[in-house]
Design a protein around this ligand. Structure first.
Ligand code: GLN
Length: 304
């Protein structure tokens, strides 16, 4: 399969269709990013890299970091985790407060903000310096010292973290949150402010395309069964209330972030990361989703 040719074709087609959205502005610092940026990187299971456009430029991975934190926790807490967070699609925006009350403090899944806060709370209980561990984990699975936390993005989100703070207090009221709210929010915002380029992001989730084994760290990161479960969650919940649409159009386990990134895996073949900052009203990147839709159409395969 000539992945390089394929990616260039997809890149050109998306550029010529040029669907538009809006760069996220509820975290003001994210708005300073150039909406025209667009990059794609595909990494196969031999470590070959295929890229087009701005694929080597770091961007804010935001909620895609929830895949990394979930992996760390799933590995450490095993089945215990699933009593604290559910595994159902939410059908609601990623920061819904109403849903958490309705669900009596057990978040619908680990990818909406409430669920990710439970995960980061678990990491805070486990590690003295959780953000250092998260950084080390991502560097390890990517086989590279690639993680950089963007301090401006972090400060900007911290200044506007009322909703996440409210979710954390809500979780605490339901006894599903053990640590100090401020500490967990700090760690959560730090891991959301991690910057990676498309290549390093694709490398960092490559183990999910490879039954849990990282070709970069040269070890099993999670068992095959845990890898399968994380992929199932990405497929059903990775795009919040647009997860069905992503499965319908693309058909791969994937995760989006409000920085405009989307990371996805084709099990036993490759991992891929796409970045384009302009988002649709659900907070998912317009061009990144179209790129992946064209890619699976041209490949003539997805999970299905
Ligand atoms: N840091 C962002 C937030 O908590 C992440 C949201 C996202 O990428 N969907 O709002």
């Amino acid at each position: 399969m000539d992945y390089q040719h394929l990616i260039e074709e997809v890149y050109q087609e998306v550029r010529s269709k040029d669907p538009r959205g809006k760069v996220a502005n509820y975290i003001p610092e994210l708005e300073s990013v150039d909406g025209e940026k667009f990059g794609i990187a595909l990494v196969d299971l031999e470590g070959n890299v295929f890229g087009a456009g701005d694929y080597q430029e770091p961007f804010s991975i935001q909620s895609i970091s929830k895949v990394h934190t979930l992996t760390m926790v799933a590995h450490v807490f095993h089945e215990k985790l699933w009593s604290k967070v559910n595994v159902e699609p939410s059908g609601n925006p990623f920061n819904s407060i109403a849903q958490l009350e309705f669900e009596k403090g057990i978040p619908r899944n680990p990818f909406i903000n409430a669920g990710a806060l439970v995960i980061t709370d678990a990491l805070t209980s486990k590690f003295e310096n959780p953000i250092e561990k998260i950084t080390r984990f991502i560097n390890d699975v990517s086989g590279k010292e690639c993680v950089k936390i963007n301090q401006d993005v972090m400060d900007s989100e911290l200044d506007h973290s009322e909703r996440n703070t409210a979710l954390a207090y809500f979780l605490k009221a339901y006894k599903n949150f053990d640590n100090k709210v401020e500490d967990v929010i700090n760690t959560y915002v730090s891991h959301c402010s991690i910057e990676l380029c498309c290549v390093d992001l694709a490398r960092s989730i490559s183990f999910l395309a490879n039954d849990g084994y990282s070709i970069y760290a040269k070890r099993e990161i999670v068992t095959e069964s845990v890898a399968r479960r994380i992929n199932a969650l990405m497929l059903t919940c990775g795009f919040y209330d647009e997860s069905g649409e992503f499965a319908f159009r693309v058909g791969l386990p994937g995760k989006s972030g409000v920085g405009g990134g989307v990371a996805a895996v084709m099990p036993h073949k490759f991992s891929i990361a796409v970045w384009s900052p302009e988002l649709n009203e659900k907070g998912n990147s317009v061009k990144s989703i179209l790129a992946l839709e064209l890619l699976t159409d041209k490949l003539k395969f997805s999970l299905f």
